[in-house]
Each structure stands twice: as structure tokens, then as C-alpha cells.
Write a protein of this length. Sequence first.
Length: 240
Amino acid sequence: WYQRRVRDTEWNDVLRKKGIIPQKAKEEPEFTEEMIQEMMDDAIRKQMGGKKPEEMDLHELSDLEDEEDEEFLAQLREKRMAEIRAAAALAKFGSVLEISGQDYVQEVNKAGDGIWVVLHLYKQGIPLCALLNQHIQLLASKFPATKFIKSISTTCVPNFPDKNLPTFFVYKDGEMKTQIIGAVNFGGMNCTAEDLEWKLKNIGAVTSKLERDPREKHFIPDAMTSAIRQANFQNDSDSD
């Protein structure tokens, strides 16, 4: 604890010298790690025209290092490199894998620690299944840390009823976290790749940057259309 406190104090002194955190008053409490990180990020955003450290590539960090204190920014660069390496280690999928029943345990239940698995049970000739297969191909490329799998329903689960298609099983750490069953729960043929991304984000299966339900943008036009239809109906009734 003492050594960690000494290191923290020395690091705080470096940050104060760089003008990133204010000078410490006599009775001022120690800054928390979260407070320091926030102030560091704010200082670097100003230096890089509003960019956050996690949004910089290694070239930008190298340029910044040329302009600022070498030791201080070397630590920041190493932190960012560690984040990039960690992200690259997770990004090991990127495409949709087709499996049969005999592959289920190995590919789903034994996918690995911390791995999200999204399994689509589908059948040829069902339009919504075909649409969702297109969507998961896009999402697999967009979120390579998530394992996307598809399987013809009856080859994976014997006697699986067609009325339940399409079906998604979502797993993590070998355990099923949720199921999405049937056309209604996907929004029918109106389901977009963004709609599906939003569903999976809320489950936790993808690290999407979507901040709101993409279906909301359809609500206002639909409401306007309904109002216009109602007005037209009223005008027709009045003319009669």
C-alpha cells in the first residue's frame, strides 16, 4: 500500500507539473484514479483538437509524444498500445460460422471464457431467416469479438418447430443468457441490421456505439402518416 501511495504521489506531481491537475493545497485530499484519468483525458483532448486518447492511433500518440514530456507520454502510449493489443486479442472471429448438431458443444458451450456467442437457428425458404443471415454477416464483421453462428434448425435441434423460426440463442461462458424466438420478436421483415444490433447491445453481446433504439426514427413519420390519414378520413366524412 505504501509503495503504491508513493508511486501515485510521484505521478500526481508529474501531472501537476504538466498543468493537468491543479496544485495540491495543504489540506487537499488525494485525487482518485478516476479523477486523474478524466483530467488527463481532458488535457490531451485539448492538445489533439478534441480527440480522446482511446480514439487516437499510435501515429497520433507518437506525434503528441514529440511535443510533450517524453516519459509522461510514453506511459500514455504504452497504455493505449495495451488497449489495442487487448482488443486485437478479442477480435478473433469476424465471420459467420455454419455448424451442425455435432458441433454444438464445441462451438457454443466451449467457445471460451468471456466469449459471447450468437446462434441463429434458421431454415431455407423462410424470408426473415434469410434477411437475418445477411444482418449477422454484417454484424460479425463489425463486432469480431463476438462469435456469430448459424445452423439449420433441425440439424442442430431435432424436431425444432418451424413456427419458432427464426430463433436466436445467445450464450456467454457456455451458458445461455437469452433467447429471441419467432418473427414477431424480431419485428418481422422490417428488422434492420441496426435493429438487431440494438437488441444484441441490450443483451450485452456486442459493444455497439448506438445510443438509442434505431426504430424510434420510424415512429414520428408513422405518427404523421396516421394523422394525415385521420384528417383525410374526417374530410371525406364531412363532405358526405
